[in-house]
Design a binder for this molecule. Sequence first.
Ligand code: ZN
Length: 674
Amino acid sequence: MKKVLPVLALGPIMAISLQAAENKDFNYHVDRFADIEVLRYEVPGFNELSLNQKKMLYYLSQAAQAGRDIIWDQNCRYNLQLRHLLEQIYTGFSGDRNSADWKAFDRYMKQVWFGNGIHHHYSNDKFIPEFSPEFFDAQVALIPDSALPLSDGQDRTSFMEIMKKVVFDPSFMAKKVNQDGSQDVIATSATNLYGPGVTQKEVEDYYAAIKDPNDTTPVSYGLNSRIAKGDDGRIHEEVYHLNGLYGPAIAKIIYWLDMAKSVAENDAQRDYITKLIDFYITGDLRTFDEYSILWAEDTKSDIDFVNGFIESYGDPLGMTASWEAYVNFKNPEASARTEAISGNAQWFEDNSPINPAFRKPEVKGVSAKVITASYLGGDAFPSTAIGINLPNANWIRAAHGSKSVTLENITEAYAMASIGNGFNEEFVIDAPTSKLLDDWLYITDMLHTALHKCLGHASGRLNPGVDPDALKENGATLEEARADLFALYYLPDAKLQEIGVLDNPEAYKAEYYKYMLNGLMTQLNRIELGKDVEEAHMRNRQLIAKWILEHGKKDKVVELVKKNGKTYVKINDYKKMRDLVGQLLAEIQRIKSEGDYKAGNELVQKYAVKVDQKLHKEVLDRYATLDIPPYRGFVNPVYHTVTNPNGEIIDVTLDYTESYPDQMLRLSRENSNL
Ligand code: ZN
C-alpha cells in the first residue's frame, strides 16, 4: 500500500527539471495510442558507474524481465495465450496497413501490451477492440495449427471459441479487479490470483482458519499464492516458487539474481540477494520476511532493486501480490534533500496535528533516498510508480524500518514530456496562479512525494490490539490520504526553510492549488463518464479535496467559480486551507489508530467515490481540446554488453532508440518463460 503514482498532467515545469538532464535534446516521446502515451526515461550517471556496478545493473535488468510472463498470467488466465496469438497476427500481417481494421488491431495490440493483458492498467476495465470479428477470424485462419498457442486438450475450434469471448465479449471477464463490496469481489474479478469457481467467502474462511491473531510477527498470508479449487471442490493454495506455480519463470529470475550476486557491492547486499533466492526456491513467507529485513537494513549500497511479489493492489482482497521489478542506483545530490527530511523525522512526528496518543514516541528507520531508475519490470512496467516505500509488513516497518525512494529520473521524464501541453492555460484560474505553478510546482511536488513517503506512511501508531486490516476495502484509500495529508500539512511549515530544503515560504501554494484542482476536477479525465472513482490513490485525492471544499465553505477557503461558462478552482485562503488539512489528518489518523471502519467508510463513501456528472463532462470536454494523454508509461533502455575475445563483459552501454512495438516483441521473444 505504499506506492506513489504520478499526479496527472502537470503543467509546464520550471527550469529546475532541466538541470539534471544530461542531454537536453533527449527525446522523451516514443508512442501514442488510445488514452496512452509511451515515454522513455534517461538514466543519467550510468556511464560514470564502475564496471561491476554496470554489470550488476545489467544482470538485474535481465532478472527484471525474466518474470514478465508472471504478471501477464496473474492479471488474467487467458492473457498469455492471447498475447501469443495477437503477436503472431501483428508480426505476420501482410494486408492493408491503412485499413480501419488494421489500425484498430494495432491500437488494441498496443493497449494489451500496456495493460500486461486485456484490462486497462488503471481502470481495470476490459479493452474493447474496434476491429471486426471477421478480420480477427481471417487473420487467425492464416496461422497453421502447429503455430497456435493451444493449451492441453484444446483444438483450433475450442481455442477460438474462448479467444473470441476474451477479445469481443464485453461482459466476459469485464473487470480485472472489482472492489464493489456489495458483490463477491473474487467471483466478479477477472484476476487469476484465484482459480475458477472460488468465492470470497471460501477465501476469507480459509485464511481465517490459518491466521493466528496473537502472532505479533505475522507473515503476509497469501502474498505469493493462488487459491484454487480442486476437483473435490476443496480450496488449496498453489504457491509461487521454483518447483511450484510459475517455476520456469522463477528459475530464470534466480539465474540472473545469482549472476548479480557475483558482482554485489558488499556483504549486506549479497546476503539479501541470497535470501531472496532462497525465498524464490522455497516460497516460504518467513524467508520472505527475513529477506525484507535484510533488504530494509541495507542502506549503504548504491545499487538497489525490488524483484518479487510485493504490492497487492491487484487483489480484490489485498493479499496476493503482483510480480514487479525495479532496478536503480542512488542519486547522491538529490538524496541530500530527502535525508534532511528523514533526519528530522522525530520533530515532524512530535509536531503533527494529531492526537498525541497516536504519535509514535520513537519514529524508527525512516530512510529516504532519491534514485535513478535503470530498469522497470512486471507490474511496474510500462506504467510505473514514481516512489516506493517498502517493505509493506507493518511489524517489520515498526521493528526494522523501511526504505523510501523517489524515482527522480522518472518524475523528470513526466515533467519534461509535459512542457507546453496547454494544461495551465485551460485549467488554471489566472496568470499569477499559472506562474506560481511554473515556478514552484516541480520542487514542491518533489517535496510532497518525499514527505508522503519518508514521513507520512511511517508516522502514527495503532492502538494496542487494533487489527491493521480493520479498515478493510478502504484501507488503501485512507492510508494514502493519511500520507498525503501529512505531506500537505508540512509543506507550508517554516521547518522546511530551517532544514534547507525549500527557500520560499510561499512555494507550497503551488502544490495546494494543484492538489485541489486535480482532486476536484482534472483527475476526472482518467474516468469514463458515468463511472465512479475506483482507484485508491484517486479516491484519496478526491476525498481530501472534496472534504476541504465542503468544510471551508463557510469561510470561502476554496471555491469552484465560473468564468466564461467554465469551472475553475479558486483558493482564497491558503492558511485556512492548511488548518483544514490538519483537521482531516487528525481525523483519519484517529480512524486508523482506532480501526474505526464505520467512520472511515462514511468518509470514503461521502467524498471519495461519487462524481458530479456535469463537472465530469466539462472536464472531459476541456481536456479533449488539449492533446494530453491521460496515462503515461515507459519503455526501458536496451542494455548492450561489450565483451572481450574471452566472452567477458568489459562494458555495458544503454541504447535509447528502440520503438515500443519492437521492445514489446523482443521481450516476448526473450522471456516467454511460461
Ligand atoms: Zn503512499
